[in-house]
Design a protein around this ligand. Structure first.
Ligand code: MN
Length: 211
């Protein structure tokens, strides 16, 4: 088993890279970054990984094996997300992620946090229809945008297995988050990245509705 990080000057054809990686049985991901360079993580049989390096060109450096179960495209939105404040019997935040044509739903009593140390209880709810959350007397749309599916396991299996990693592109929430299932319920946790803000309380700082 070998793992490499590969950096390619310029924009690779992501679909072609994925097809070649799958042919070779290589796992990991490809991403085209804002700096106009493409980056890959490739792991698997050393010969296969080298064949992928030869296919994409670029500079390869040794990396840690991450245990991926797919070769995925990163950095591409997979759907919408909506977080609203719902004044029901007890006030809570509703987190919804678009997955395969429905909104997967969790009720988050304390709301999300950008502090990676804050683990917020998230109670799984029945799927909702896309577009079912609209502003009203008991609902304020707190954040919305698109999200990327991440992690080592393909979606929606990642949710079924109880560990789903995703990247939000909202007005208030940005960067990586994880939903982790525990015996007491799910936990919503900010991942440590450039968008993390230890010690912050985004829910108190930005209570307003998004437009
Ligand atoms: Mn609700």
């Amino acid at each position: 088993m070998q793992a490499l990080r590969i950096e390619v000057p310029g924009t690779v054809d992501r679909d072609a890279v994925v097809a070649r990686a799958r042919e070779l049985g290589v796992l990991g991901w490809v991403r085209v970054d804002d700096d106009g360079r493409s980056r890959l993580h490739a792991e698997g049989d050393a010969e296969a990984v080298q064949a992928l390096v030869a296919f994409v060109g670029g500079d390869a450096q040794p990396a840690k094996v991450e245990g991926h179960e797919q070769f995925a495209v990163r950095g591409v939105p997979h759907g919408s997300f909506v977080i609203s404040i719902h004044d029901a019997t007890s006030r809570h935040f509703d987190l919804r992620l678009e997955v395969d044509g429905v909104m997967k739903s969790w009720a988050v009593p304390k709301g999300p946090s950008l502090d990676p140390a804050a683990k917020r209880l998230a109670i799984a709810q029945p799927d909702h229809a896309i577009g079912s959350d609209v502003p009203g007397p008991t609902r304020l749309i707190w954040d919305r945008g698109v999200y990327e599916q991440g992690g080592r396991v393909p979606w929606p299996e990642a949710i079924d297995r109880g560990h789903a990693v995703f990247v939000l592109h909202g007005e208030k929430l940005r960067g990586g988050f994880a939903l982790q299932r525990t015996p007491r319920g799910w936990l919503l946790v900010k991942r440590k990245d450039d968008e993390a803000r230890p010690g912050s309380d985004i829910v108190a700082e930005r209570p307003e509705a998004v437009s």
